[in-house]
Design a binder for this molecule. Structure first.
Ligand SMILES: C[S@@+](CC[C@H](N)C(=O)[O-])C[C@H]1O[C@@H](n2cnc3c(N)ncnc32)[C@H](O)[C@@H]1O
Length: 476
């Protein structure tokens, strides 16, 4: 990739610089790109080039920074944010994308004129790009150096991976997280047939699509612009990594007809829409602390034309229920270490204490959610982390602290940059530990557009749960 030259290359570089400038502050490439692409609605090819550059630069963020600082002998912080972004994009282009420094500078010319940058700015950029072009990586002295320069992982992460899984497995994991991401989609079997959709995506759009081992998923060896297809707009499928569906599918196998389920961290709703898609008999309540993300859940259900379950904006640390459920799904916030293939920049923006903060939050939320499971019911715990502390160690903790019985657990390592995932299905045996539940009325926030689904919900004394504004009344 990379584009030879011309106006589209210029526009692609400009977009890449603008995204990179934001990325440094918001630390999220997807959001940075969304923001810039919406503001500068340039040609699709320019956006594709900027997506490629920022993904690959994001993957090498720390390595590119190190190269620039070594050649200019000055910390990047000494430069303005615009110069930093130009240095990073330029250094990536000349070193990793094998571009000529003069060509990069010339292509950035129209952008420099728009920005009215000074001559000194361009001279500094020119000097660094020519020096980076000559940069030679010394033969790595050890495993950590190798991981940094050749797999583009911060040393502390490589060290943790080796500690937890051994060096050989750590190297394999890093390789997998640097592969071109494959893609999987879940067919909305209420609107489409798996074979017919596979045929349509292959024949109409030329995508390479195969049936996945797990029903009703299709996989593709690389990413395609599937969200621009008619079939997507009509709600025939949702983009979902197949690894993330194992836990919830197994839970559904265990739940009897008409069982009640609370999805405590449901947004943006990929797994909850799978529940509704496959099991319309399940009596289901979804919640999340983020109203914005719940709006995405609502949009998703609408596009898939699935009936919306009751939805609450609620903190899982204080779930607003006086009742218990046959099952609780705790798909909790985590360090996201299993997603460093799909979101390559995040390995550079996370911190060595992030997983510890996550374990604290996870245990706090689990302590509030476990008492919501009826005796004999199930808790499904899952994360998209690969760290043992957030996975197996939390499961052992639930066994020891709450006497839960482990039914099954599975850790799925990321392959072909797929999402690394962990789940454990636990059974609550006997009486769960007592929990004091507050009396009263709980009012949930209502984003105005979706008033009809965001509800004022009150707890009623008989242990029922009543949802207003909707012809839905659920007695658990
Ligand atoms: C891993 S995501 C859930 C993904 C979702 N289950 C799906 O399949 O699309 C974790 C979610 O937890 C939510 N969250 C974080 N802290 C929370 C809390 N204290 N209470 C409820 N939800 C929370 C986040 O807003 C985020 O949407």
């Amino acid at each position: 990739m990379g584009g030879g030259g011309g106006p589209l290359f210029s526009l692609g570089l400009e977009l890449a610089v603008r995204v990179t400038e934001i990325l440094e502050f918001n630390k999220d490439l997807v959001l940075a790109r969304e923001q810039i692409f919406e503001k500068y609605n340039y040609h699709q090819k320019a956006k594709e080039l900027a997506t490629y550059i920022t993904n690959e630069l994001g993957r090498r963020w720390g390595v590119v920074n190190r190269m620039i600082e070594e050649v200019q002998k000055e910390p990047l912080e000494e430069s303005s944010s615009l110069l930093r972004a130009c240095l990073r994009v330029g250094a990536f282009e000349v070193y990793f994308d094998n571009k000529n420094p003069n060509h990069v500078l010339k292509s950035l010319g129209p952008f420099f004129r728009k920005k009215k940058v000074k001559k000194g700015f361009i001279n500094r950029l020119r000097y660094v790009l020519f020096e980076v072009k000559k940069f030679r990586i010394n033969p790595p002295a050890d495993f950590l150096e190798w991981a940094f320069w050749h797999h583009f992982f911060p040393k502390w992460i490589a060290e943790r991976l080796a500690e937890q899984f051994g060096q050989e497995e750590a190297l394999k994991l890093m390789e997998h997280m640097n592969q071109h991401p494959s893609m999987s989609i879940r067919v909305n079997t209420r609107l489409a047939d798996v074979d017919a959709l596979r045929k349509a995506l292959t024949e109409k759009y030329g995508f390479q699509v195969e049936k996945a081992k797990v029903y009703p998923f299709l996989t593709m060896p690389r990413t395609y612009p599937v969200m621009r297809t008619e079939e997507y707009k009509e709600g025939m499928f949702i983009v979902q990594d197949v690894n993330t569906a194992y836990g919830i599918s197994r839970l559904l196998d265990l739940l009897p007809e008409g069982a009640t389920l609370f999805d405590a961290c449901a947004a943006p709703g990929r797994k909850s829409s799978l529940v509704t898609q496959l099991r319309s008999d399940i009596r289901f309540v979804c919640a999340d602390i983020s109203k914005l993300r719940l709006t995405k859940l609502v949009n998703g259900f609408e596009r898939l034309k699935l009936p919306l379950p009751p939805i609450l904006v609620a903190d899982a640390a204080h779930p607003p229920f006086k009742v218990q459920f046959d099952a609780v799904h705790a798909d909790l916030p985590c360090s996201g270490s299993g997603t460093w293939g799909k979101h390559p920049e995040r390995r550079w923006f996370t911190t060595p204490i992030r997983y510890k903060e996550c374990v604290e939050i996870q245990r706090r939320l689990l302590s509030s959610l476990i008492p919501l499971v009826k005796p004999g019911g199930y808790l499904l715990y899952s994360t998209c982390s690969i760290w043992r502390e957030e996975n197996e160690e939390n499961t052992r903790w639930m066994q020891e602290e709450f006497g839960l019985r482990l039914i099954e657990e599975k850790r799925i390592f990321p392959e072909n940059a797929s999402t690394g995932f962990y789940y454990a299905i636990m059974k609550v045996e006997g009486e769960p530990p007592p929990k004091k539940l507050a009396e009263g009325i709980y009012t949930c926030e209502v984003p105005s557009k979706y008033e009809r689904v965001y509800l004022a919900c009150s707890l009623i004394g008989c242990g029922g749960f009543c949802v207003h504004n909707m012809s839905y009344n659920m007695i658990l």
